[in-house]
Design a protein around this ligand. Structure first.
Ligand SMILES: [Zn+2]
Length: 302
């Protein structure tokens, strides 16, 4: 008892403690996240060859009556249909936006000219690279003010800060027609990372979906690890209050998009939607992320 340091756990035990908690929370569902985030060898994904379409292209998936996956193999983009147009969450790369989002919406039976907003979870090129294209087509780009300095340094076409650009600070709601999306700042992956919560529909059932806006650690600084852990815990509380039962990510490997899409394609009447994994699954994702960030903070960036 007391403040004496004698007998305090050596850092390696403290790291292991967080990794154990992360592993336990993750189970098999988010094992890939433990591998990606907890201290250990850094798993680097292979660079994408934009000229080799087969290596990145994915077909659109209708996950809910009003939610469509229009992302590529390794990066997600989601399209939410409302009564007054479409909200797209993340714009992919400059090279893939037209193929996946614009043409993908058409393939899914939607009219891409009805895209009103593009919420960009953060200012990296795999999510923001296609924003300039969609802005030119008439959509308003929504990005956290805190990520503008990153966006400005991005190679390739950037959205312009004009009437079709909405820089947001703090938590806010974006309403289009009958649908409201809750934009929640979750700094960590970048200073301006946004995570989102919104309703989706599956027949008569209404569910709440969330997208965790930034997965990896970039700068691997103590500040990044601690803000990431804090954001994961804060967002877990927000998601719990909103009863989020459809945890999604902006990278399909995290939420296992394609396996769920396959399961959905084979769904028989009366089966539940495989994307509805429940409130505990949402909490498990964020607990895994927070515990790995804690472990990484103690490990000092390892
Ligand atoms: Zn990123």
């Amino acid at each position: 008892m007391g403040l004496c340091q004698v007998g305090a756990a050596p850092p390696s035990d403290a790291i292991a403690g967080h990794v154990v908690k992360a592993t336990k929370a993750a189970g098999s569902e988010y094992a890939v996240l433990v591998k990606a985030l907890c201290p250990g060898p850094i798993v680097k994904s292979a660079p994408i060859d934009s000229a080799d379409r087969d290596s990145w292209h994915a077909e659109p998936v209708r996950a809910f009556d009003d939610l469509f996956y229009v992302g590529q193999k390794t990066v997600s983009a989601w399209a939410l249909r409302t009564s007054a147009g479409i909200i797209v969450i993340d714009a992919l790369f400059d090279y893939s936006v037209e193929d996946e989002i614009w043409d993908g919406l058409r393939k899914a039976g939607l009219d891409p000219s009805e895209i009103r907003y593009v919420i960009v979870t953060h200012g990296h090129s795999d999510h923001l690279g296609g924003a300039a294209f969609l802005q030119r087509k008439g959509a308003t780009i929504v990005l956290a003010e805190a990520d503008w300095p990153i966006a400005e340094k991005m190679e390739g076409p950037r959205p312009t800060r004009d009437a079709r650009f909405l820089a947001v600070s703090g938590r806010r709601q974006l309403t289009l027609g009958n649908t409201t999306v809750d934009l929640v700042p979750t700094p960590g992956h970048t200073p301006g990372t946004l995570s989102v919560i919104f309703p989706v529909h599956d027949g008569k059932a209404r569910h709440m979906a969330s997208i965790w806006g930034g997965t990896g650690f970039n700068t691997r600084t103590p500040e990044q690890f601690s803000s990431y852990a804090r954001s994961a815990r804060d967002f877990a509380r927000v998601a719990q209050r909103a009863r989020v039962d459809v945890p999604l990510s902006n990278h399909p490997v995290v939420d296992d998009t394609f396996r769920k899409a396959d399961a959905l394609a084979g769904r028989k009447s009366g089966d539940s939607n495989p994307f509805v994994t429940g409130q505990r699954s949402q909490q498990a994702l964020l607990t895994t992320a927070a515990e790995c960030a804690d472990a990484s903070l103690i490990a000092g960036g390892g």
